[in-house]
Design a binder for this molecule. Structure first.
Ligand code: NAD
Length: 394
């Protein structure tokens, strides 16, 4: 089997799907690796480092012609989709719940789409393949570092000859993988940290990192399926926003990481909450997206300073800003997945397998995942025969 590593083309994307260390391991396991020229440049990995690891350096045209499996970080561009050919597989973070039309296009082209962001993460054996967690870890760390760099004061308590500086008060909203890493990092930098989440289970995790868990008096408990949160209804959302505003106003730095799978990120920091903050405060919105994020007024990829002196950072793709750490981890995730799905030197698609039922989105010209097919108009040709993952009816 030949696996091909593409050069990412999305704006600002500096990660690469495989790093040279992993190339060596894959080659040893019988998978030949082709690398598109310059694929590792954004992560400071030269073509010669890949060649030394045993990969063949090729052009994009050669890659799409010769590889059996195309490896990407983010979803392929429209141009790349046209270059894929029937029978080929593409493995990456394809976000099919956000881009079901991409799944339809790949199915129509006879391409097998395998999406790491659909991994059933609560199964212990999927941990080495869990790219959402590996990238969220990087993002959470970087969010705290970005906040500290932007904030005009110290994070730690400092006692100096010129006086004492009080530690910064940091609030992290959303205490999943990224939120917990942001809490841990802000703590290591010496800040006084609080955390909040709608999943009650997160309380002990927040507290185990030495942070205070914020419990709302109008306590909303919104644990959903698979360890994720469910979407709040309008009344719950309003109560949450109103009560959070008081806490937000008392903090110097707010980092938001709240997500609900397949939905636009919930708005946690309203315009009124921003207005009540003290001038010089910093807000990092990791939910920032073109549809809106966790913070009113945040813009993906941009830093906005409000009239009352609040810096809002729309941190939409923090892992891309730490391409070394993010690519190393992602590369191990991809390698573990390939190892899991390969048999006798080829990808062995078997959607009766619990993990594959999660990650395989299209196969044999069809969208095989009901959650994705459901998002498409009834007349979409590739929709036929999709089955529900949760029902395991393949
Ligand atoms: P995520 O990125 O989907 O969301 C981030 C956080 O935002 C979550 O903790 C979620 O509860 C929270 N959130 C959503 N809506 C909110 C709201 N309105 N207000 C406040 N917070 C809100 O989540 P994630 O980081 O990917 O992790 C989700 C869960 O999966 C966690 O419980 C995590 O521990 C679990 N997980 C388990 C495993 C495993 O069992 N092996 C692996 C990875 C993740």
């Amino acid at each position: 089997m030949k696996a091909g590593v593409v050069r990412e083309t999305a704006s600002g994307e500096r990660r690469v799907a495989l790093v040279p260390d992993t190339v060596t391991k894959l080659q040893a396991s019988g998978i030949e690796v082709l690398v598109e020229r310059g694929a590792g440049e954004g992560a400071w990995l030269s073509d010669s480092a890949y060649a030394d690891a045993g990969a063949s350096i090729v052009s994009a045209a050669e890659l799409y012609r010769d590889a059996d499996v195309i490896l990407t970080v983010t979803k392929p561009s429209a141009e790349a989709v046209h270059m894929l050919r029937p029978g080929q597989a593409v493995v990456g973070m394809l976000t099919p719940l956000v881009h079901p039309e991409l799944a339809a296009a790949l199915a129509a082209q006879g391409v097998t789409a395998i999406s790491l962001d659909r991994m059933p993460r609560t199964l212990t054996r999927t941990q080495p393949m869990d790219a959402l967690s590996s990238q969220a870890n990087v993002a959470g760390y970087k969010a705290a570092v970005v906040a500290a760099a932007e904030f005009g004061g110290f994070f730690p308590l400092l006692i100096t000859a010129a006086g004492t500086a009080r530690p910064a008060k940091v609030l992290v909203l959303g205490a999943g993988v990224a939120g917990l890493q942001a809490i841990g990092t802000a703590r290591r930098l010496g800040a006084v940290v609080s955390g909040y989440d709608v999943r009650p289970a997160s309380k002990t995790e927040v507290e185990s990192l030495g942070a205070t868990f914020i419990e709302l008096t109008e306590g909303v408990s919104a644990a959903g399926e698979g360890g994720y949160a469910r979407e709040l209804n309008a009344e719950e959302r309003q109560a949450q926003q109103d009560e959070l505003a008081g806490h937000i106003a008392r903090h110097d730095v707010v980092i938001t990481t709240a997500q609900v799978p397949g939905r636009r990120p919930p708005l946690l920091v309203t315009e009124d909450a921003i207005k009540a903050m003290t001038s010089g405060s910093v807000v990092v919105d990791m939910g920032a997206s073109p549809l809106g994020g966790n913070v009113a007024g945040s813009r993906p990829g941009e830093t906005v300073v409000t009239g009352n002196g609040i810096t809002i950072i729309g941190a939409d793709n923090l892992p891309a800003t730490m391409p070394t750490a993010a690519s190393n981890a992602y590369s191990r995730n991809i390698s573990a997945l390939l190892g899991y799905m390969t048999s006798d030197g080829a990808l062995a698609i078997d959607t009766s397998d619990e993990i594959q039922a999660g990650v395989v989105i299209t196969h044999d010209g069809r969208i095989v995942q009901e959650a994705v097919a459901r998002l498409l108009p009834a007349e979409t040709p590739a929709k036929g025969g999709a089955s529900d993952v949760s029902g395991s009816t393949y």
